[in-house]
Design a protein. Structure first.
Length: 278
């Protein structure tokens, strides 16, 4: 039987409709349909839920809450294991708590806006770690929040703090990143790995090349981490970026500074321009 052709060997002699043919829909030939589905279905659901725009939180899936990190360290000590990694995890847990606090404060701020209409909702990649912290902080402020999850063979699962109607799962990374960039009016980037770096550099590239027309304030949270991981001054030194490209983001360790920067930027440049835009 040809790949993707309906099976006519059963008792039902009616031809199967193409859009009900799972074999075809999951075939390589139908990839474009699956891609369009990850554009159109989220668009419809976001419209139904009256989502206007968002503040996106990026960061590692591997960072634990302070309480969880303490439990992991205690278990390692009790089992006589090497505690080096557990101690590092406990130190990194401050970023979970800071993301949680910042998301909480931003949610409370956005809820108080006149004619809110679901402006500046907290949005994350929907998984554990920093993503969970952001959704958790928003949820604890009784705020609607969004999770754009991605199906992976390991590590990624949706966290329990996402608003149920706004819990998405993507197959294609590029469609997931489209929705981040399309809806975002601000980005907060916490310590993370390859995925976080990919998301950060895509945003910086879109801004630098002016493919992104809107103003998009970016916070790099965790100055020590980012100074260890990124040496963007070296790119300036070697002439591969301009010195003013370093002004595309704010580095900070302070929840207060991040909150003031984001709310000031949004109040001045985004408040009168609701809705998604690239």
């Amino acid at each position: 039987m040809a790949k993707g052709c309906p099976d006519m060997s059963n008792d039902d002699q009616s031809p199967r409709k193409a859009y009900k043919d799972d074999q075809f829909l999951n075939s390589a030939e139908a990839r474009s349909i699956r891609i369009l589905s990850e554009l159109i279905e989220p668009e419809n659901r976001l419209k139904d839920e009256n989502v206007s725009d968002v503040i996106v939180f990026f960061g590692s899936a591997r960072i634990h809450s302070h309480d969880e990190a303490q439990k992991i360290l205690m278990a390692a000590k009790n089992n006589g294991e090497d505690i080096t990694r557990a101690e590092s995890d406990l130190s990194m847990s401050k970023y979970y708590e800071d993301a949680r606090t910042l998301a909480n404060r931003l949610t409370s701020w956005s809820k108080e806006l006149e004619n809110n209409n679901r402006r500046f909702l907290i949005c994350s990649g929907g998984g554990p770690g920093i993503m969970e912290a952001a959704n958790r902080g928003a949820s604890e402020a009784n705020g609607i929040n969004i999770g754009f999850n991605i199906s992976l063979p390991h590590e990624q699962h949706h966290n329990p703090f996402i608003t149920r109607e706004l819990n998405f799962e993507f197959h294609y990374f590029f469609m997931r990143k489209f929705w981040f960039m399309y809806l975002a009016k601000a980005l907060v980037v916490f310590p993370g790995g390859f995925g976080t770096l990919d998301e950060l550099f895509e945003a910086l590239t879109l801004i630098q090349t002016k493919k992104l027309k809107k103003r998009l304030p970016i916070v790099l949270f965790g100055k020590t981490f980012w100074s260890d991981v990124l040496n963007l001054e070296a790119l300036v030194k070697h002439g591969t970026i301009s010195e003013n490209d370093l002004d595309l983001f704010l580095e900070t360790d302070s929840v207060d500074q991040a909150f003031e920067f984001i709310t000031s930027e949004l109040s001045e440049y985004a408040l009168e321009s609701p809705g998604a835009i690239l």
